[in-house]
Design a protein around this ligand. Structure first.
Ligand code: IDP
Ligand code: MG
Length: 137
């Protein structure tokens, strides 16, 4: 399996609920390397880019409200097959499908407030890394 990079983001509910350490521990315990990390506040412009596939959904305004409700922690996570591996560690998007033992399964409180973002493909990972860490990242 190739070593790849994925963009991981701890969402505002993760920070507010003081779960940063517990979530990062799971990522590191799996053997992935965090090569960059920063806390930041997002605005509607970057969220409209990041969630371009959802802008027409009725719940899009509530995603923006949630994702701007406090700081997030962005990370570049590296490792063998890191994109798929992180998606497995994160758990399913739908609240009722996120199984116990996954980050979302254990900590999410709804489909929208679900603790963590992870890129869905290697290609999107590289795009998202550049979006949040700059062209040279
Ligand atoms: P993902 O985060 O698992 O990749 P996406 O479909 O890319 O899932 O959706 C991005 C984010 O938008 C989700 O993590 C969640 O916060 C929110 N979201 C997705 N679908 C719904 C929904 O049906 N209701 C409310 N929020 C949703
Ligand atoms: Mg997604």
């Amino acid at each position: 399996m190739p070593v790849e990079r994925t963009y991981i983001m701890l969402k505002p509910d993760c920070i507010k609920r003081k779960l940063i350490g517990r979530v990062i521990k799971r990522i590191e315990s799996k053997g992935y390397n965090i090569s960059n990390i920063k806390m930041m506040n997002l605005d509607e412009k970057i969220l409209t880019e990041h969630y371009a596939h959802l802008v027409d959904k009725p719940f899009f305004p509530s995603i923006v409200e949630y994702m701007t409700s406090g700081p997030v922690v962005g990370m570049i996570v590296e490792g063998e097959n890191a994109v798929k591996g992180m998606r497995i560690l994160m758990g399913a998007t739908k609240f009722e499908e996120a199984t116990a033992g996954t980050i979302r399964g254990d900590f999410a409180t709804s489909t929208s407030e679900n603790i963590i973002h992870g890129s869905d493909s290697s290609e999107n990972g590289e795009i998202e890394i550049k979006r949040f860490f700059g062209e040279n990242a």
